[in-house]
Design a protein around this ligand. Structure first.
Ligand code: AP5
Ligand code: MG
Length: 213
């Protein structure tokens, strides 16, 4: 199965993608995580990314599309994959179509803007495996330690409230128009993103079961 997780920053894409990856035994390709790892490693892409991430702007389409194309060549993607955070513009979706990256469906996790800032302010992330926790809503078993890989957790530089507000407006302007694009293709499945992580995961699984029939 080839699935896109779509939705505003903080919708829970990463949280849900991690659970679905485990259930379906396919990898999640998170462009945000790839970019943060490139920044931490100080690669050329990482250096280009810094100013964009700091302000909450999107990286250039060709840069991100090249990262995804490279990752999808790896062996673990041949059975299927989950894309988290890509595509994020119409140009990126068109690049996918042109280069033959065809997904089965797009899961759009809908969360209102008011709930997002609260989620982001308590987020703690693992930069090694990409897991996300929340100090109140989804705390790790040991404080500041990743449940999955044991790495120390950190706060994302782009989770400062003013950057979150900019990421939200970038989402509404540049990413949200993609909903109509996938609706037209009959691939958009809207999921209510409010509730507990488990409740939303049940909706995600039901959507996948329904789409696979
Ligand atoms: P990216 O890393 O993709 O960030 P994002 O889309 O802004 O989404 P987030 O990761 O912030 O949120 P999420 O939906 O994954 O939520 P999460 O599960 O963590 O991108 C970062 C940046 O990289 C971009 O701004 C851009 O600069 C660049 N970039 C990436 N892709 C790009 C592309 N394609 N093109 C150009 N640039 C690109 O959950 C959020 C919090 O809520 C967590 O604390 C979690 O524990 C908590 N939570 C989750 N579910 C629930 C729940 N049900 N109830 C309460 N809390 C919950
Ligand atoms: Mg994420």
């Amino acid at each position: 199965m080839k699935i896109v997780f779509f939705g505003p920053p903080g919708a829970g894409k990463g949280t849900q993608a991690a659970k679905l990856s485990e259930a379906l035994e396919i990898p999640t390709i998170s462009t945000g995580l790839i970019i943060r790892q490139a920044m931490a490693a100080g690669t050329e892409v990482g250096k280009i990314a810094e100013d964009y991430i700091k302000s909450g702007a999107l990286l250039p389409d060709d840069v991100v599309a090249a990262l995804v194309a490279e990752r999808l060549k790896e062996d673990d993607c041949q059975k299927g994959y989950i894309l988290d955070g890509f595509p994020r513009t119409l140009v990126q979706a068109e690049i996918m179509d042109k280069t033959g990256i065809v997904v089965d469906f797009v899961l759009d996790i809908e969360v209102p803007d008011e709930a997002i800032v609260k989620r982001m302010s308590g987020r703690r992330v693992c930069n090694k495996c990409g897991a996300a926790f929340h100090t109140e809503f989804n705390p790790p078993q040991a404080e500041n330690v990743c449940d999955i890989c044991g790495e120390a957790l950190s706060i994302r530089a782009d989770d400062a409230p003013e950057v979150v507000l900019n990421r939200l407006s970038v989402y509404h302007e540049q990413t949200e128009p993609l909903k109509a694009y996938y609706e037209k293709q009959g691939k958009l499945i809207v999921i209510d993103g409010e509730g507990t992580v488990e409740e939303i995961f049940s909706r995600v699984q039901a959507a996948c079961d329904g789409a696979g029939e």
